[in-house]
Design a binder for this molecule. Structure first.
Ligand code: CMP
Length: 219
């Protein structure tokens, strides 16, 4: 069923955050929320802008990044289908904390600030889901701080590959497409250094590249 502005109830039901929200509320959400499709390379949210909406990724993936005046970038996170962004400004009213850039064509669910705030106050499950996700992001940020402070580039690359991997058919595989440049921007190293470390990891048998994907070996 297609409800309101191009959003079907089934699409909303597939969003993990709304798993326990009743149909009547989802029908209302389908009427007030917007569906947006953006091509790869679109800046969806810009650091410093005022905050008016909350976003859920229906498909595609985005990166959250910050840059300095010289154009140097740090990637804070890469998010995929089912995940959300823009909650920070919606919760505390501050301007956007980072840029959010589409790294693939993306389908988005855009919910205006007052509508999302109302959902948070009326549906404890949605608020709890949001809190759990924020705790998870804090844990990831803590791990990142720890690796930046205590590990060399070799350890940071290995840590990141582990973080982005999952077990498929008994093998640990990095499921997201990560370029060396992306890895460098996530761990605060140069692309050249990351290339060198990846080569070392491959020569030592810790990783293999298969069909363009990185496979982690247990050695
Ligand atoms: P907001 O500050 O409104 O806009 C930028 C968004 O990037 C922010 O909300 C979060 O949704 C997202 N973001 C910022 N930092 C991180 C992070 N460390 N991990 C995941 N998402 C983040």
């Amino acid at each position: 069923m297609q409800v309101g502005r191009g959003l079907s109830l089934a699409t909303l039901r597939n969003v993990p955050m709304f798993e326990r929200v009743p149909d009547t509320e989802l029908e209302h959400l389908a009427r007030v929320a917007c569906y947006r499709k953006v091509p790869r390379g679109t800046t969806i949210v810009r650091a410093g802008d005022s905050t008016d909406s909350f976003y859920i990724l229906i498909s595609g993936s985005i990166k959250v990044l910050n840059s300095d005046e010289e154009g140097r970038e740090v990637i804070l996170a890469i998010l995929g289908a089912g995940e959300f962004f823009g909650e920070m400004g919606v919760i505390d009213g501050s301007p956007r904390s980072a840029d959010v850039l589409a790294i693939e064509p993306c389908e988005l669910l855009v919910i205006a600030k007052p509508d999302f705030r109302r959902m948070l106050t009326e549906h404890a499950d949605v608020a709890l889901y949001l809190m759990r996700s924020l705790v998870q992001r804090l844990r990831e940020a803590d791990r990142k701080i720890e690796s930046l402070a205590l590990m060399d580039v070799f350890g940071r690359v290995a840590n990141l590959l582990l973080e982005f991997s999952e077990v498929q058919e008994g093998r640990r595989i990095v499921t997201r497409k990560l370029t060396k440049q992306d890895i460098a921007k996530m761990i605060g190293a140069s692309r050249e250094m990351v290339s060198r470390v990846m080569k070392d990891l491959e020569t030592s048998g810790y990783i293999e590249i298969q069909d363009g994907r990185i496979v982690l070996n247990e050695t």
